[in-house]
Design a protein around this ligand. Structure first.
Ligand code: CTP
Ligand code: MN
Ligand code: MN
Length: 510
């Protein structure tokens, strides 16, 4: 057994105290002078602490008996970062930002390596929320350790695709979707905000204590979290999953061109399956829905990154044939680093071309694809953009740029050139593609708006309105106090105008 583990497992068998060999510290050479350790006794116990101190010293580490200003690393066991900070506060010691708070696992790895090992996230004790929660009155020093409160706005949180609270966020997304189907906007927002804040956490919620101080978690939401912690599932989510209306709406809206209104109608008419709907002679379908049914299987199977890259080539070839100087950016989920998506989104812009040339571009691109037999569906929406129009007040407003919603035929060979076309089989996949064209000087706003996620965008606008008295949408940023439009050449500049730290696209998966 590892001696460290043995010491940890405590006095199961009464062993004679090893005072003679371990407790009395003899002078050791310090080999790693930059590090000054202090090992916290709290929850570790005197014996184990003495054992670890002696061991670390023998390995050439400098370990202090008392906490002093020279200490650079505090090592603790079974304590959270907040526990350690609380302890420091009780000692009336100011934690400086250069003080590392580490779990004992770091020290144990150092002992194994015989030298300091790199400190990674798994070693660093997490300090959560607004600490101290309630500063004591009087001339008390507040810890200068940078402890960030979790913001209620997604645009002030970094949300990567590493979601360690899937079990909760999946549940809340199902509940939110059900509210959307029932047009219960306020509950929809409540559940989406809860899912969003949980996605940003660097730790998994394992007890209700972990939810303290996290914004956007109301009573209702906390009850559901508690149930999932205890039972591994939520009865409410299970009820939704078994609900006929939810199941039908989920199925109907999976068809391109079918929204809430159509789903409602079909549900009321008693339809429960797509086959019945497709074969019903009395129903009228829009052009979009006809395409949706025709390419259903391809469209419900997600677009992979390799397919998105192949579409990107297709778009570049076509656009550059007419406007060689055009800038083409892949936006949407793929720009946020997702490996799959329901479509592929592109933003197109170009300096130094006339309005007319730009307006013609999408028309030319579409007719080129049509000639090549690649166009399965297209819906082109002309621009209604006005330069002097104030940004929209609505958080979900659609933008006014010229755009087209397409279904393209992507040949398998364009994705995987090694793949030889199979005899008789279908050699292509139908892919949903969105193209947006914007004026060159608005490209930063359009790029920010089309990168998403939807929740991130909503919170950016909400933040601009409520915290900055500004109005933001996909076209512009307007300062209501100064009554001016704020120009931006890049997304970074927009964040800076809003007084926000820059959040990278892959951190916008809120
Ligand atoms: N968007 C928009 N106006 C629209 C449609 C979309 O501003 N009429 C923005 C949304 O904010 C969204 C982004 O464009 O964040 C991409 O939209 P969408 O393709 O629907 O979502 P993705 O995040 O790309 O998700 P997926 O991977 O499923 O496509
Ligand atoms: Mn998309
Ligand atoms: Mn899209």
């Amino acid at each position: 057994m590892d001696p460290l583990q043995a010491a940890h497992s405590g006095p199961r068998k009464k062993r004679p105290r090893q005072t003679g060999t371990l407790m009395v510290s003899s002078p050791h050479d310090v080999r790693f002078g930059d590090l000054v350790l202090f090992i916290l006794e709290k929850k570790m116990g005197t014996t184990r602490r003495a054992f670890l101190m002696e061991l670390a010293r023998r390995k050439g580490f400098r370990v202090e008996n008392e906490l002093s200003d020279s200490v650079t690393h505090i090592v603790a066991e079974n304590n959270s970062g907040n526990d350690v900070l609380e302890w420091l506060q009780v000692q009336n010691i100011q934690a400086s930002s250069r003080l590392e708070l580490l779990d004992v696992s770091w020290l144990i790895e150092c002992m194994g390596a015989g030298k300091p090992v790199e400190m990674t996230g798994k070693h660093q004790l997490l300090v959560r929320r607004d600490y101290p929660a309630s500063p004591k009155p009087g001339p008390q020093k507040t810890p200068s350790l940078a402890v960030q409160k979790i913001s209620e706005y997604a645009c002030q949180r970094r949300t990567t695709l590493n979601n360690c609270n899937c079990i909760f966020t999946n549940a809340f997304e199902i509940l939110a979707e059900n509210c959307e189907f029932r047009e219960n906007e306020s509950s929809y927002v409540t559940y989406m905000r809860a899912a969003s804040v949980l996605k940003s956490l660097p730790f998994t919620i394992i007890s209700m204590k972990d939810t303290e101080g996290i914004p956007c978690l109301g009573e209702k939401v906390k009850c559901i979290i508690e149930e999932i912690i205890e039972d591994g599932e939520s009865s409410e989510v299970n009820a939704v999953l078994n609900d006929e209306r939810y199941q039908s709406f989920k199925l109907f809206t999976s068809v391109f061109g079918v929204g809430l209104k159509t789903s409602e109608k079909w549900f009321r008419m008693g339809f429960r399956s797509l086959n019945k709907i497709k074969s019903d002679k009395s129903l009228k379908f829009t052009r979009m829905q006809k395409a949706g049914f025709l390419y259903y299987e391809d469209l419900v199977s997600c677009v992979t990154r390799a397919e998105a890259e192949a579409v990107s080539m297709l778009v570049k070839e076509a656009v550059w044939a007419f406007l060689p100087g055009a800038f083409i950016s892949m936006t949407g989920g793929f720009r946020r680093g997702k490996e799959i998506g329901h479509d592929v989104d592109f933003l197109i812009t170009s300096p130094e071309v006339t309005e007319d040339e730009k307006q013609q571009l999408l028309h030319k691109v579409i007719s080129l694809w049509e000639k090549k037999g690649l166009l399965l569906y297209s819906d082109l929406v002309e621009s209604t953009f006005e330069k002097l129009k104030l940004p929209s007040r609505k958080v979900d407003a659609l933008d006014h740029f010229q755009k087209c919603f397409l279904i393209l035929k992507l040949h398998h060979q364009r994705v995987d050139s090694d793949k030889s076309p199979q005899q008789g089989g279908k050699t292509w996949k139908a892919i949903r593609v969105d193209l947006v064209v914007c004026p060159y000087e608005r490209r930063a706003f359009a790029l920010l708006g089309w990168t998403g996620s939807r929740q991130f965008e909503r919170d950016l606008r909400r933040y601009a309105t409520h915290e900055r008295k500004m109005m933001l949408d996909n076209h512009a940023l307007y300062d209501k106090t100064k009554r001016i439009f704020l120009k931006a050449e890049s997304e970074e500049e927009i964040f800076a105008h809003l007084g926000l730290d820059y959040i990278e696209p892959w951190e916008r998966n809120a």
